[in-house]
Design a protein around this ligand. Structure first.
Ligand code: ATP
Ligand code: MG
Length: 653
């Protein structure tokens, strides 16, 4: 059962909203792998330990960051918004001063007609201020409506642009995904931050006016404003902190809940969800996690309600105190009636503005930290990006691995150890070995997508780590073992192989032909325009083998000098498979091919075969040489071949 005990009351018995809530026990569905460490933690701690002064000190930087982002998103709307907001603040302040004039004139001593006459100009000004305020509010709303979505979209776009450049190995890390998650969260809230910046400016100006009015009326009245607002400010700050703490503590579990929603609704799992009843297995986990999450939400609402009642009581008490003081001053003749009346109005307006400012500043700080996460995610991505520049490399005449060793982070043993191999231009090299022996990993290192821990991968003598990697990668085409099934059009599925090349029908058809996919494409009335996504209107789906043919077509379309084919025929029918292998050399047309396969019949035509075992090259040579050596390769080859030889019974028959 989920443990919702909070550490809020654990030790001292006193409520401590700032202490993170337990997010319940980990759901057994996720085993031991997912820890409850979250990317936001650093800010979360920052947020909790920071006091009001730290927060205020951080504000200019956060506001600056928000304004710079807004200017980049839409300069005109940003200026319009800031201008409208400043004018709005001024007009509110002006309205307050005019109202003060009206009250003072009306409450002054003397005959009524005279007082009304004296108040008339101020009344006109109040009306003018009202009209101006509504016009400016409309302008500000419009500018904000235009700017907000642009800011959010720019923040998200920049994050995506930087994340697609991150090194493959870093990209696979939980740490980077924490950062990316936090960054996405920040980008999604960027437009709200803008709202709080804008609201704060407005509240600040109105507040200044209220203080101004009170100072003019009687400086003794000045301290009254802050007194009224303390209880509400405290309750707002506590609520924001409590909710923020909760969000951080629940981030990881929220991610798991999202993941469950994904697997329950995607096509990829649809067969087992129904055929194996996996949905019935997963749904109770989903419900249980949701229930504990709801429990947390209820707890927060209760705490907010309690805080609200207390703060309202405090607010009421402080208002009573303020008006009591005002009455006393009036009673003692220290302030005249006109001043007391105008002061009551200024206090009323001013307390409203202070409450709003405290709320806005608190949110501004909170959302500003989210935007800091976005900025950090961008820097993180930048830092982990495949570097641009380096030694230029062209289509390689020779790719070599020298004492290559590579371990995945956190792995107990290296995936590759002391690997030495040479691939010359135009050769077809086969990599074979048991599952997990390191074939796919070696291919990614030779292709420059991973960098060695020790030893080197050299492209014509240039270590991949020093080469211009983007240039190097433009010479590589990869048909990976788990190739993507892009849910886009057939043409785009091929053309994405090299998007810089205009996708002419000739080029597309040539790629399709090389992959044996011509017939498949002609079957659809929309031809190359066919959409490969059944969850979209008019979309179709392909068979496993047909998808693999499309992936092969994409590889050909890429037209690179080094082709990596990782299990290129795993889903193909025997005829299609035989054709692919028979044509490997012909289709390669002088290109270098690294062929990874478990079909040993297909390795016979390779120029050289490397056999991997637990990350080490244990045999290498031509098929004939390896058969003569009579080691592991020949044993495996004979084992596979035996499956096709007649059994005793069939030969007897
Ligand atoms: N992205 C990764 N992160 C961490 N470890 C990995 C990763 N990919 C593979 N490994 C580990 O590295 C080792 C080598 O894996 P690799 O995928 O290179 O094997 P393979 O020879 O291609 O196997 P298969 O024939 O099953 O495709 C395995 O122990 C595997 O668990
Ligand atoms: Mg593999």
């Amino acid at each position: 059962m989920t443990n919702l005990t909070t550490s809020e009351t654990a030790k001292s018995g006193k409520p401590r909203a700032a202490v993170p809530q337990q997010s319940g026990e980990p759901d057994p569905l996720f085993g031991s792998g997912i820890s409850y460490k979250m990317g936001h933690n650093r800010h979360y701690e920052n947020y909790l330990t920071s006091n009001v002064r730290d927060a205020l000190k951080a504000l200019p930087r956060l506001i600056g960051m928000c304004v710079r982002l807004s200017l980049r998103a839409d300069r005109r709307s940003t200026y319009l918004l800031i201008g409208a907001q400043l004018a709005l603040g001024a007009s509110t302040a002006f309205g307050l001063l005019a109202t003060n004039g009206v009250l003072r004139a009306l409450l002054a001593e003397g005959p009524s007609p005279q007082r009304v006459k004296a108040a008339a100009p101020a009344i006109v000004l109040v009306c003018l201020a009202g009209v101006l305020t509504s016009v400016l509010t409309a302008a500000s709303t419009r500018a904000q409506g235009t700017l907000g979505p642009k800011v959010e979209s720019l923040a998200m776009t920049e994050l995506l642009e930087s994340s697609v450049r991150v090194e493959l190995l870093d990209f696979q890390h939980a740490e980077y995904h924490d950062s990316l998650d936090a960054g996405q969260w920040g980008a999604a809230w960027a437009d709200d931050l803008l709202t709080y910046v804008v609201n704060t400016i407005e509240a600040l100006m109105a507040l200044t006016a209220a203080f101004g009015v009170l100072t003019v009326l009687n400086p003794l009245l000045l301290p009254l404003l802050p007194i009224a607002v303390v209880p509400r400010a405290m309750s707002t700050v506590l609520s924001v902190k409590r909710r923020n703490a909760s969000r951080h503590a629940w981030l990881s579990k929220s991610r798991q809940i999202r993941q469950l929603v994904d697997v329950l609704t995607t096509k990829k799992t649809a067969v087992e969800i129904r055929g194996h009843g996996a949905g019935d297995f997963l749904l109770p986990h989903y419900r249980r996690m949701q229930t504990s999450y709801m429990g947390e939400q209820t707890r927060l609402s209760r705490a907010d309600a309690k805080g609200g009642v207390l703060s309202d009581a405090g607010y009421g008490a402080s208002l009573a105190l303020i008006y009591g003081l005002l009455t006393l001053l009036f009673w003692k003749g220290m302030v005249p009636l006109s001043t007391a009346g105008a002061a009551a109005y200024a206090i009323r307006t001013g307390t409203g503005q202070i409450s709003s400012m405290v709320r806005n500043v608190t949110y501004l700080f909170q959302y500003g930290l989210y935007l800091t996460d976005w900025e950090k995610a961008l820097q993180d991505s930048e830092h982990k990006a495949i570097p641009s520049g380096g030694t230029p490399v062209a289509a390689p005449a020779r790719i070599t691995a020298e004492n290559l060793t590579f371990a995945y982070p956190g792995a107990a043993t290296p995936a590759l150890r002391d690997v030495n191999m040479t691939i010359a231009q135009g050769e077809v090299i086969a990599l074979v070995g048991a599952n997990g022996s390191g074939k796919s990993t070696l291919a990614l290192l030779l292709a420059g997508l991973y960098l060695p821990d020790q030893g080197e991968v050299l492209w014509d003598g240039v270590p991949t780590g020093q080469a211009d990697r983007n240039q190097l990668l433009s010479n590589v085409a990869i048909l990976s073992q788990d190739f993507p099934r892009w849910g886009i059009s057939l043409a785009a599925n091929i053309a994405i192989g090299r998007h810089q090349t205009p996708a002419t029908p000739e080029l597309l058809n040539r790629a399709a032909e090389a992959a044996g996919a011509t017939e498949l494409i002609s079957k659809y009335p929309a031809g190359w325009n066919t959409l490969l996504a059944t969850d979209q209107y008019g979309g179709v789906d392909l068979s496993g083998g047909q998808w693999q043919k499309i992936a092969l077509g994409r590889m050909h379309y890429r037209d690179a000098s080094f082709l990596v084919m990782d299990e290129p025929t795993a889903s193909l029918d025997p005829a299609a498979e035989a054709e692919v292998f028979a044509k490997v050399r012909e289709l390669a047309g002088g290109r270098t091919v690294l062929l990874i396969t478990h079909r040993l019949s297909s390795t016979r035509r390779a120029d050289r075969i490397y056999v991997l075992d637990h990350g080490q090259v244990v045999e290498s040579g031509t098929h004939e040489e390896l058969m003569t050596a009579g080691l592991g390769y020949s044993v495996l080859f004979k084992m596979q071949a035996a499956q096709f030889l007649p059994t005793d019974e069939t030969s007897a028959a």
